[in-house]
Ligand binder design. Structure first.
Ligand code: SF4
Ligand code: SF4
Length: 393
């Protein structure tokens, strides 16, 4: 049993004060909701028994709630997760300005043989030399001899042909022969359906895994592509399961995170989700989902949360970009805004934003008299770009 120091929990009476809508049936619903929250935030927390699924043809049995390390400043949080059965961690050297893999290294000490480690090459690394350098640098930072999954970072519908670059494949193959990597993966925030279909259509089926954005706001095309890839034995891991993780008053003190995670995991084509867990409270909230089922209350929570973020949550689909005459990187800019306003990670937001060439950043909108870019989900793009300039430029 793990006890967290100084945690006050959510007071059920306070919750009811905020949440009760007045009618008897509403009272019953919110009472149930309060119970669910109380379970997740009780002072004495019992870690659930780990639940595993197999990551496609890699054969690795990984916990359905695995560790997204991107936002975790303290190795201690990861150590607690690993010591309670979480056995897969996803990192990248570019997170936290290069520090994230070092934090993961501290958590892996004495546990390396029990934990599967996934990291990423830099998005602009295509040559053999660049990929070798990326992997060697990651191995040093992670203080390990090998990583279990090396992922090509940030594939989109437009650049999905990166999976076919011969030098990339040769580099990955060589690294595998040298025992420095075990499996090959990709990551995708945007155009996930196209990217997943490209992996399946690749006649060599070179890639073993895909880390893709997937949440209760995802379109049918993404869901279908995930099913197709999973049936082709490509291991699918979900990220961005929280649809931005925005704070909203619409649910009172109820967090939508468990409901969102449960929603993603009810799809058995998803092997695992990798929520970012910054501290013990977030770890406890997310890990508790193992063994839980998505139910009526979760549906209610997501309905409210979805309605509350409708006007600013970007699906990162990229559909709007062809309607902008300047080809502004609207979905990437919106992802930066999500890091800033949803995740509250200003450093990550800014470091991702500065990688966007100025000619297609939000600054390109300054001399555009009238925004003609159109969002298929009704977002006001001019307003989002204006906000990005103010917060990130
Ligand atoms: S204002 Fe709209 S149409 Fe103009 S450059 Fe920006 S996103 Fe494109
Ligand atoms: S602004 Fe709209 S169309 Fe563009 S990426 Fe976001 S959700 Fe998709």
């Amino acid at each position: 049993m793990y006890k967290e120091k100084g945690y006050s929990g959510i007071n059920r009476r306070d919750f009811l004060k905020v949440g009760v809508a007045g009618t008897t049936s509403a009272l019953i619903v919110w009472e149930g909701l309060a119970n669910a929250i109380e379970y997740a935030s009780a002072e004495s927390f019992v870690f659930p028994a780990p639940v595993y699924r197999t990551l496609g043809r890699t054969g690795m049995k990984i916990t359905i709630v695995s560790f997204g390390a991107m936002l975790t400043p303290e190795a201690e949080v990861m150590k607690v997760a690993f010591d309670h059965g979480v056995n897969y961690v996803d990192t990248a050297r570019r997170y936290m300005g290069g520090k994230n893999e070092e934090i993961v290294a501290k958590a892996l000490k004495g546990r390396r043989d029990k934990i599967y480690v996934a990291t990423k090459t830099k998005p602009d690394s295509h040559t053999k030399e660049a990929i070798f350098k990326d992997v060697e640098t990651s191995l040093r930072a992670l203080e390990t001899d090998y990583v279990d999954v090396i992922q090509l970072h940030n594939l989109t519908g437009e650049n999905k042909d990166r999976i076919l670059i011969p030098e990339t494949r040769e580099a990955f193959t060589k690294l595998k022969e040298q025992g420095k990597v075990r499996f090959f993966g990709i990551t995708s925030h945007k155009g996930q359906a196209e990217v997943l279909n490209a992996l399946v259509d690749d006649r060599d089926r070179f890639f073993d895994t895909a880390l893709v954005g997937y949440n209760f706001k995802s379109g049918a095309d993404v869901k279908e592509a995930i099913a197709r890839a999973a049936q082709a034995n490509i291991g699918i891991i979900a990220m961005k399961t929280q649809a931005g993780g925005y704070e909203t008053g619409a649910l009172g003190p109820v967090s939508p995170h468990q409901a969102a995670l449960k929603w993603a995991l009810q799809n058995t084509h998803i092997t695992a989700a990798i929520p970012g867990m910054r501290d013990m409270a977030e770890l406890r909230e997310d890990i508790a989902v193992m063994g839980m089922k998505f139910g009526y209350l979760d549906k209610l929570i997501l309905k409210r949360y979805g309605a509350a973020v409708k006007d600013y949550y970007c699906h990162l689909c990229g559909e709007c970009e062809s309607t902008c005459p300047k080809g502004v990187a609207i979905s990437t800019i919106n992802r930066c805004l999500m890091y800033k306003e949803g995740y509250k990670e200003s450093g990550l937001a800014r470091s991702t934003y500065v990688e966007i060439p100025a000619s297609i950043s939000a600054s390109a909108c300054l001399d555009c008299p009238d925004c003609v870019a159109r969002c298929v989900n009704g977002l006001d793009i001019a307003k989002k770009m204006d906000r990005a300039r103010r917060l990130l430029a």
